[in-house]
Design a protein. Structure first.
Length: 267
């Protein structure tokens, strides 16, 4: 039985079989309805932020059917250029990232509940997970909610940028021993993907927005990248994958994808 996202117990995840049963004799839907939520906050440096959470379909590449949802997070500054110039363009503090993650978890869970029965994936900054305080806050917020969706996973953003991937491995092991699964978001670089094996993640996520998978040279490189990722983790999730490239991605070893047309911009 293939389960997505990671389900340590083997029973709480969202499976193709349970989805087919819920749909009766008919085929499971190709797409779920669009869902979005938003929130705002002011950082410790008095900078205003607007955060959008957008639920995207996760498609199983072997069947072409949507089996789960991934929440994409978009963070924007409010106040325009004047606000940026007033408070500077420095990076956010760890406390700010932790607040964003906690609000994302709480609001994102409500967002996922709008599609009954679905599991889902929520983003989390590595800098939050790198501290014991941040890990405790996320564990408490995510596991002490009786209506939390079964099979909830968190996607670690920025974890492969640390030189101590063994630290990432420790965090992944800590969470995966409980009810929340972990997905490691890695830069789409074959060298970085090879090193990610040290993290011991059961699912690797690659963003294909900047990956050339159209030219002959790009296609060959993309196949090698996916094949390497599949050697690192049993589940490989590609995001921003062109729909027409889904069969080739599956043949190369990818198991799931968030499809996006990625039309060229015209100015």
């Amino acid at each position: 039985m293939r389960t997505f996202p990671y389900d340590p117990a083997g029973t709480g995840g969202f499976t193709d079989e349970t989805m087919a049963g819920a749909a009766g004799a008919s085929q499971p839907p190709l797409h779920f309805g669009a869902q979005q939520a938003n929130f705002e906050l002011v950082t410790r440096g008095r900078r205003g932020l607007a955060v959008s959470l957008i639920a995207q379909d996760i498609v199983a590449l072997d069947s072409g059917q949507a089996v789960s949802r991934r929440v994409r997070r978009i963070i924007r500054h409010t106040g325009g250029e004047a606000g940026l110039n007033l408070f500077g363009r420095g990076t956010l503090e760890g406390a700010d990232l932790r607040r964003i993650d906690l609000l994302t978890l709480r609001i994102g869970i409500d967002l996922l509940r709008r599609t009954p029965g679905l599991t889902g994936v929520l983003p989390v900054f590595w800098r939050t997970l790198a501290t014991s305080h941040g890990r405790f806050a996320l564990l408490y917020a995510g596991t002490y909610d009786e209506t939390r969706p079964a099979g909830l996973s968190m996607e670690i953003m920025g974890g492969t940028e640390t030189s101590r991937l063994e630290a990432v491995a420790e965090v992944i092991d800590q969470f995966q021993s409980g009810p929340i699964g972990m997905i490691l978001h890695a830069a789409p670089d074959i060298g970085i993907v090879r090193q990610a094996v040290q993290a011991g993640a059961s699912c690797l996520c690659l963003d294909f927005a900047g990956v050339d998978h159209l030219s002959p040279e790009g296609k060959a490189g993309a196949r090698d990248l996916i094949a390497t990722a599949r050697q690192v983790a049993p589940t490989v999730l590609l995001v921003n994958l062109k729909p027409e490239w889904a069969p080739a991605a599956h043949e190369a070893g990818a198991t799931h994808a968030v499809l996006a047309p990625m039309e060229p911009l015209s100015l």
